[in-house]
Design a binder for this molecule. Sequence first.
Ligand code: NAP
Length: 315
Amino acid sequence: MSEVVTQPVYNRIALIGLGLIASSMFWAIKRAGLAGEVTGYARSAETRETARRIGLCDRVCDTALEAVEGADLVVLCVPVGAMGPVAAEIAPGLMPGATVSDVGSVKRHVIEAVSPHIPEGVHFVPSHPLAGTEHSGPESGFAELFENRWSLLVPVEGTDPEAVARLRTLWEGMGANVDEMDADHHDLVLAVTSHAPHLIAYTMVGVADDLRRVTDSEVIKYSAAGFRDFTRIAASDPTMWRDVFLTNKDATLEILGRFTEELFALQRAIRTGDGDHLHAYFTRTRAIRRGIIQAGQDTAAPDFGRGAKKYRASK
Ligand code: NAP
C-alpha cells in the first residue's frame, strides 16, 4: 500500500456528502497526508454534527459553497440521482483550474447530469471506487476501504491529462489500483459485477421474507452462509441502490434478461434430472471465484475476508 506520500497532492479537497465513501476517503487522505486541508459538507445538520463530533474533515461547513471555496479538488459523494442538483449548487463557487470528481456507481448518467454545470476552466474527472460495505453514513468509513481495490477513472473527451494524472495519484495514495474506462463500458461491466447481483440479493431476501411468514422465524434461525451473504448485500443503502437501478436501466435490464435465461436453463436441468449440466455449470462458476481470490480481490476466509479493520487518524 502506498502510504508514503510526502507532498500533498491537492492543497484543499472538498468532500460533498459525508457518508461511507467520503468518510473513508477522508481517513485515507489524512493517513497518507494527501491534502493540505479537507473540508466537508452534508445536507443535514445531523450529519454535519456527527462529522464534527468524530473529527471527520478538518473543517465541516454549513453550506456546500463554503466547502468548495478555494478547493483544488471537489469530490461529489452523494447518491447518483443527487449529483446533478449538487453540481448546480456548487458551480458558482468553483475555483478556476479546480477539478470536480465524483464517486457515483453509475457513470453515463452522472456525466450527463454534472457536465452542464461545470464552468469553463474547471476540469471534470468522474471516478468510481469499486469498494464498499453495506453500511452507510459518516461513522461507517475507514481508511483501509480502498486498499488493493480498483478505482476506475472515467475521463470525458478532451479532459486535461494532467488533471486525470493528479486524481490518479490521489487514489493510488489511498491504496487503490487505478484504471481508466469508457462510461458505457463501465456501466455494462458494473451491471454484471455489482448491480444485477444486488438486485438478485434483494429478491432472494424478499422471497425468504415472504416465506418467513409461513415458517415463522426458521429462515433467520437456520440461515445458512449462502443466505446470510445475500442478507448482507440486501442491507445496502436503499437510496443509493434505487438511484443505481434508475440510472443504469439499460445495462441492468440487459444483464437481468441473460440471468433469467440461465435461470430457466438450470430450472429445466433440475426438472429433467440433468446432473451433468448442473455439475458442469457449478464447476465453471467455482473457477470464477478462484480467479477473484487469485486476483487479490477477496480472500478465501469463510467470512469472505470482510472483518474490516478500522483506522481513524488521531487529529
Ligand atoms: P451514504 O453513506 O449513504 O452517504 C450519502 C451522503 O449523501 C450523505 O452525506 C447524505 O447526506 C448525502 N445525500 C443523500 N441524498 C442527498 C441528496 N438528495 N442531496 C444531497 N446530498 C444527499 O452513501 P455512500 O455509500 O457514501 O455513497 C455515496 C456515493 O458513492 C453514491 O453515489 C454511491 O453510488 C457511490 N458508491 C457507493 C459505494 C458503497 O458500497 N456504498 C461504493 C462505491 C461507490 P445526509 O447524511 O445529510 O442525509
